[in-house]
Design a protein around this ligand. Sequence first.
Ligand code: NAI
Ligand code: MG
Length: 488
Amino acid sequence: MTERQLANSQLGFLDYDPAPESATIARLQPSYGLFIDGKFTDPAGHEQFASENPANESVLATVAQASVDDVDRAVASARRAYTKVWSKTTGTERAKYLYRIARIIQERARELAVVETLDNGKPIRESRDVDIPLAAAHFFYYAGWADKLDHAGFGADPRPLGVAGQIIPWNFPLLMAAWKLAPALAAGNTCVLKPAETTPLSALVLAEILQQAELPDGVVNIVTGDGATGAALVAHPDVDKIAFTGSTEVGRLIQRSVATGDKRLTLELGGKGANIVFDDAPIDEMIEGIIDGIFFNQGHVCCAGSRLLVQETVADEVLRRLVRRVEQLRVGDPIDKNTDVGAINSAAQLARIQELSAFGESEGATRYTSSCVLPEKGYWFAPTVFADVAQSHRIARDEIFGPVLSVLTFRTPEEAVAKANNTNYGLACGVWSEKGSRTLWVAERLRAGVIWANTYNRFDPTSPFGGMRESGFGREGGRHGLEAYLNV
Ligand code: NAI
Ligand code: MG
């Protein structure tokens, strides 16, 4: 019996035995090359780096560090495939490949979920039930558009852009690859994708899936590496479009770098989402919504509901119940099917969360941290709620990108809207109320790309997603997501 189980049994509570998924299902290779022109190849400089499991710091596999020359080879391969094959492939044919990819993702879903959880640290429950099914859903959805582009509202014969360079972050590795690749391919572009350096493995399994689907060589190329590889892709003169998801800081660098050329650009950057709770909202659902809004994926979510705005009349009760619920979250081994909150993705991200949280205390907020016991190895941060937060506090302004919630209060809907909009970001917000008219009144006034009503963190391939202000521009998902890959 573990200490926690012992404590629970003394209190008369039931507890769960560990229910680990098998890590061997991942079937990882010891090392991976770059996926260029339909084959895995060695990087020119033979440089490799390791991807580790953030839950225990073990090395999962080594991957290639792509140099400027390697990026150049990948772009040349994408250009050849575009000119010779993909631009001559009909929409109906492109759709068949996308459907095939979607089906193989479903067939290999269990393996992909384990790979994602090992490489990223997210709970297997989330990779199994959210990341992988949604990735397949994006390929299915855009397969449906590939032969109907004339009906997408962008003119009679919308043309692709050519070669798309796509740079993705580590928080939803396979899902972000699907968000980027599916609409680009449906619209008739070829791609060079660069996964994040801490989570390259599911993209490399996806490369195997593309081979299995017999996607023509060079239509998708996957180059692993760090920021330098990303920068080389952004700077490459033969890339027609850059799609980036990641930090606002790097987004700024990219925007500057493409400013003088004619590359198209979409940026999906950070956020500081407000979850606004009125006193008439059903409290049980709302507590679960707040918890999901900030602790889903350890809070490594660009649209996380990291600022809770709660109406003063219910603030004490909401805070009491939140703190109790946080105490019940099961933090630990991500591969365990009972785990709610997994590992922080990297030592660097953990350091950033620790640094920003320390400001919470030094600036005068009241801290509640789960008393859960954290594993000794790996990168961990106990779920944390800050009350008595003022708008000027750094924890209310900066994106923490971790399991940390800041609670602020308001009295009137006007005040809620003013506080919610008092941010440099504008990605997503949530509104909780029984009254539809009030929800709509608030939603109309919020300056954010996505507004959820009585729910949070809901994603669907048919729905456009994207931000305003420092959260970036351009939309992914839905019909809108096609526009970023068409010459319109
Ligand atoms: P990052 O923005 O550095 O990394 C995202 C991707 O961009 C990675 O693939 C990286 O290799 C690549 N990259 C880095 N520098 C580049 C450059 N100069 N040119 C082209 N590509 C480049 O994000 P990082 O450092 O992992 O996280 C820092 C903070 O950014 C986090 O604490 C979080 O606040 C925010 N973030 C937001 C994300 C979102 O989805 N909105 C995702 C990841 C991070
Ligand atoms: Mg990793």
